[in-house]
Write a protein that binds this ligand. Sequence first.
Ligand code: BTN
Length: 268
Amino acid sequence: MKQSDVLDSKLIKGMLSPGSLDRISKLILLREVDSTNSLLQKELNAGLGPVLVCAADQQTAGRGRSGKIWHSPLSKNIYLSISWEYALPYNKLEGLSLAIGVVVLDSLISYGYPKLKLKWPNDILFGDAKLAGILVEIIGGANSSLKIIVGVGINVKMSAKQGSVIERSWTDLSSISHKSPPSRNELIAKLVDHLIDLFLSYPEKGFSYWRDSWNARDSFIGKNAKIISNGEILSGISRGVDSKGRLILDSSEGLLFIAAGDLSLRES
Ligand code: BTN
């Protein structure tokens, strides 16, 4: 690993905006952790926070959406989590996890990876291969206040051998461009800055502000898709998302609005 790519809190802090630096209560960088999301959950439970950032070189129990494993070998990949607190019930934040996808994608595009797309709700793809995933976990929220933990996993450089246990098609930043990927310290600072800007502005703007951006980056728009929702398979043509972040599926029964599930291309 190049010296500049060793996770370094001084370097990260030097690249964060003053506004972000003021808000972050603790920046934790680790060689190894079970899961950066789980670690932040423990720290929040212990009363620390509300704005914690954790990145690690390796996760021994990295978690993905829908209870899946996020394969997290020692590599140049990004395993990053950030927590935030809102004095709001969760229904006031609908669509936030999709907006996070747009922000992470745009941060990557700003480094010259233009061909990236989103897969509902917030996977980041290059072609059909998964490059990055986002796990949003909520603590509390039914009433008036909640904490969120946003976990971002980005494949930056992972050998074919390391990735061989991943069952779906995957890629990394090093494979999709001739130029070297940005340093992880720089990428982490940029992601944290952009996520903090999003967290601050989201209650006022809501998902309607992000909808067009999400749809413009949707890899499935106009394509046949099938959704597994609560064990049921729904098929139709994907029409992007509505102003609440629900996937619109043009099915034989009319338009369906799907709030959660797993999307995969229909096998024809
Ligand atoms: C997914 O696409 O299934 C979401 C993957 C999220 C992975 C990240 S890596 C950092 C953080 N810690 C975890 O255990 N998971 C998230």
